[in-house]
Structure formats: structure tokens, C-alpha cells
Ligand binder design. Sequence first.
Ligand code: URA
Length: 200
Amino acid sequence: MSALSELNKEIALCQQCEIAKYRTKVVPGEGAEDADILFIGEAPGWHEDQQGRPFVGPAGQYLDQLLSSIGLRREQVYIANVIKCRPQGNRDPLPSEILNCRKWLERQIELICPKMVVTLGRYSMAMFFPGKSISKIHGTSQKRGDVIYYAMYHPAAALHQQSLRRAIEEDMLKIPQLLTKAESMTETDKQPKQLNMFKD
Ligand code: URA
């Protein structure tokens, strides 16, 4: 079994937060273990909690469409979330839940070693672009170490708001070129690869 599968099994046993009591299934993440692109959403919703898979409800179907607009299938990328259990009633994740779950995401990133981390929505953005506003930085990237960090709106938000829909679709179309340019991009921020990636 791969190190990532072992890790995801460990995640599935986590009982650190109160929400563990209410979950149907943990949603560690899924996709290509050597993916170039890691997409990080917020938290599982009802459908994800039922199936134990990320982005399988309406927002997930839209994410699939967005991926297909750049010639990708979900099996070719990795998809994970900031927190791995569904907050009851789809409430926002609590700071304590984000903190408890952070170590899982950090280890997933270390193992996948993506060239690009795409944040979907505010919670995911806040981990990599602290203090920034999504309306200002969506569609922009920063290279730190060997990794490009790229902020996008959450597909669920874009599904419900026409103006965001256009933005998320345009932002998605920028990804292939960014990946191609990845090697030649200047580092925005001189941080060693994988270290301090969650810090200011
Ligand atoms: N929204 C998310 O942020 N993650 C999912 O997995 C599904 C919906």
C-alpha cells in the first residue's frame, strides 16, 4: 500500500474533533498520487459524507466540468479538503477543526508533491494566502519554492452567482499555461519547498 493510502487510512480513523461523532464517512481525498495539480476545497458536504469521496455533489459535477474545460479528468489531479469531516448542517468549519486537520493536509502535500496547489474558496485560500481577500486574488498565483499556489473561487459559490461563474471559468483556463511556465517562473517568496507553506 502506498504511503498516501496509509495516510488516508489513518485520516479515516481520526476522532480528534467533535464532528467525528456525526460523520457518516471521512473524506480524506482522492486522485492521482503523483498529480501535478492538487485542488483543495473547504469541507465535505452531504454527498461527500455519504460516499467518503470529495466533490461528488453538484459542486463536484461543476468541478468536473471545469477540469474538462482544460482537458483534465478528476483522476489526473488530486482533490482534497481543508477539513476531512462534514460539519453538521453544512456550517462553516471551526478554527479548531481547521487546526486539527491541518497536519493531514500538510502530510498529503508532502507525499503528493504537486507542482501546483489550487485553493477553492476562502477557507482553503486562507491557509496559503493569509489575510488576502478572494475577490482580489482569485486568478493570481505565487511561486514558493518549487510550488505554484493559485487561488480560485469555490465551485459551489460560482454555481449560485453568475458573475463568479464567469470568473471561475476564466481562472480555470489559466491553469495549463501556468503549469507550463512553472519551471521558469520567478519565486515570489523565497521559502524552501514544503516548509512554512502555511505561514505568512
Ligand atoms: N465542497 C467542498 O469544499 N468540498 C467537497 O468535497 C464538496 C463540496
